[in-house]
Each structure stands twice: as structure tokens, then as C-alpha cells.
Design a protein around this ligand. Structure first.
Ligand code: ZN
Length: 298
């Protein structure tokens, strides 16, 4: 995937390395980790690791403003470029609808973060908070995609020799999916779904969550379609790489990996098959009207 040399969005908020400002005593870190564990069901060990990161950040020797490493700088340039691409995709689409696109802010963080939706931990993965209209990403999730989920772009012959670019389109797809949730928020889809969920059964609420997630995948496909027309950024193997990511981040795959069996009732993101399908619908059509996952039989 080509990404260097394009506009970098000014809507990236880099909070990495700001841990020292979070609190003066490590007990606060412990409380934060405990809250993450209690309310988000984060693995206690991971919560503990987050505490450790905060403790490390409070070490007097690290009180000086932290310089970003070359890798961290590269990650923010990458995410900022993809965010700018989504802005340049959705602005004209909203204009056609007679609306003004208000882009989301994107927060980069390390370990743990305060969001408008509460305290969040990187183990939860990237997420969108509708309250403050911000996307939150711990760039270490990209490393996990590569190292733990095996999304390394191994289908991508053109990128294999360049370790730093392996899996980059899969990462861009994650950003575009989260921006997809922002689009749903702006279009009022999220609030309609929330209302319907409050009235339905738990199984119905889950079904609606799945459709919301699949629509965000379809919106990510629309981004890929429009961005390709605008910048010709795709290289051979990129689409396969995104499909591989959609497959591996599908709920059935994650559940199989963790429990050895699939429990369809608790699906919230859709199966691997469904995710691949809806990304492709957006990619091929580039058309918002094709992404009505609520009407379609899935
Ligand atoms: Zn999502």
C-alpha cells in the first residue's frame, strides 16, 4: 500500500508518553487498572501490566517530556495519513447528501486512556467513542495484529521484503472501520440502533450490534474504493491482506481461538465470512446505499 507523501491529518491527538501527567502516586494507577478490570473485564494480568506502565511513567527519571521513537513517529504519520484519506473520502460524500462532514479526532495512547466513554485499556482494541466523537487506538494493537493474529501481509508479495510495511493495509482498514462508526454516529444510525436495542430482547440487541459492525466494514470498503480512485494507493495483495484481517478479526475466529468453540448468540462483530462480504460490497460499489446491512439478510 502506498501512503507516504500524502496529506497528514491535523486531527491526531498524540497522548503517548503522557502517563506521567495522569497522577502523582502509583495508587491511582492501581485504582485505574482495577476499574479497567472490574468494568471492562480486562484480564487482571493485563490490567497489572497497565499499572506497571503507569508506574514506569511516574519514575522521576522519566519526568522529562518523552521523545517519540522513530517507530512511534512513523506510526502517527501513518495513522494521520489514513485519517486524512478518510476525511477526503467522506467530505464529498456528505456534501452530496447536503451535509457537512465533521471529522473525528483520533487519539493515540499507550496502555490506558481516559475517553468520553470512560477509562479504556489497550487490551480492548481500537474503539470509537460517540460521546466525544473520537477514535482511540493504541498503536501496539498493530503489533499484536502482526505478531499474535498473524496478520502480516504474507499474501502480499510486493511488500514481503519491506518488514516495516507488512500488514499496513490491514491496519488502515482498522482505522477506516472505526471512522465508519463515526459516520454512523453522524448519520444518526447509531442512536436509532440504540433505541431499537433498548426495546428488544438481548438476542435482538446482539443482532443489531452485528449489523452495525458489518456496516462499519462496508463503510471501510467505501473508503478503500474512493481512496483508490483519488490516489491509486493500492498495491497487489492489499485487498487479500484486508480480507485476511477481516477473517482473523471476525468474532467466530476470535472465539474459536480462545474457547475452541463458536457461540453464535454472543457474536457482536459478525462472522469472518460476513465481515469479508460487507467490506467487499463497499469496496466494489463505493456507494453508501449499498451498505444497508439492516435491510439485507445477512
Ligand atoms: Zn467496530
Amino acid at each position: 500500500m502506498r501512503w507516504k507523501g500524502r496529506r497528514v491529518s491535523s486531527n491526531v491527538e498524540d497522548r503517548r508518553g503522557s502517563g506521567a501527567k495522569v497522577g502523582g502516586i502509583s495508587i491511582i494507577g492501581l485504582v485505574v487498572a482495577f476499574v479497567a478490570w472490574k468494568f471492562f473485564g480486562v484480564d487482571p494480568q493485563q490490567a497489572y501490566q497497565a499499572t506497571q506502565q503507569i508506574t514506569a511513567a511516574q519514575n522521576p527519571s522519566s519526568n522529562a517530556p518523552q521523545q517519540l521513537t522513530a517507530d512511534q513517529k512513523e506510526a502517527s504519520d501513518f495513522v494521520g495519513t489514513i485519517l486524512a484519506d478518510t476525511e477526503d473520502t467522506w467530505t464529498p460524500i456528505f456534501k452530496q447528501l447536503g451535509q457537512t462532514y465533521v471529522p473525528p479526532k483520533l487519539v493515540l495512547f499507550n496502555g490506558i486512556v481516559q475517553s468520553g466513554c470512560g477509562t479504556a485499556q489497550s487490551a480492548m482494541g481500537p474503539f470509537y467513542c460517540p460521546t466525544d466523537q473520537k477514535v482511540y487506538i493504541d498503536t501496539s494493537f498493530f503489533k499484536d495484529m502482526r505478531e499474535q493474529m498473524g496478520i502480516s501481509g504474507e499474501q502480499n508479495q510486493t511488500e514481503l521484503s519491506r518488514q516495516d510495511q507488512a500488514g499496513d493495509f490491514a491496519q488502515a482498514y482498522v482505522v477506516a472501520h472505526e471512522v465508519g462508526h463515526h459516520i454512523q454516529n453522524l448519520l444518526g444510525i447509531s442512536s436509532q440502533v440504540q433505541q431499537a436495542q433498548a426495546q428488544g430482547s438481548r438476542a435482538q440487541a446482539n443482532q443489531l450490534s452485528v449489523r452495525l459492525e458489518l456496516q462499519a466494514d462496508c463503510f471501510a470498503g467505501i473508503w478503500a474504493n474512493h481512496n483508490q480512485q483519488r490516489t491509486q494507493f493500492l498495491e497487489a495483495g492489499d485487498i487479500e491482506e484486508a480480507m485476511d484481517a477481516a477473517q482473523k478479526i471476525g468474532d467466530d475466529y476470535l472465539q474459536k481461538r480462545s474457547t475452541g468453540q463458536v457461540v453464535p448468540d454472543s457474536f457482536t462483530h459478525g462472522t469472518s465470512q460476513q465481515r469479508m462480504h460487507w467490506f467487499e460490497v463497499g469496496l466494489k460499489s463505493g456507494d453508501l446505499n449499498q451498505c444497508d446491512t439492516f435491510k439485507a439478510s445477512i
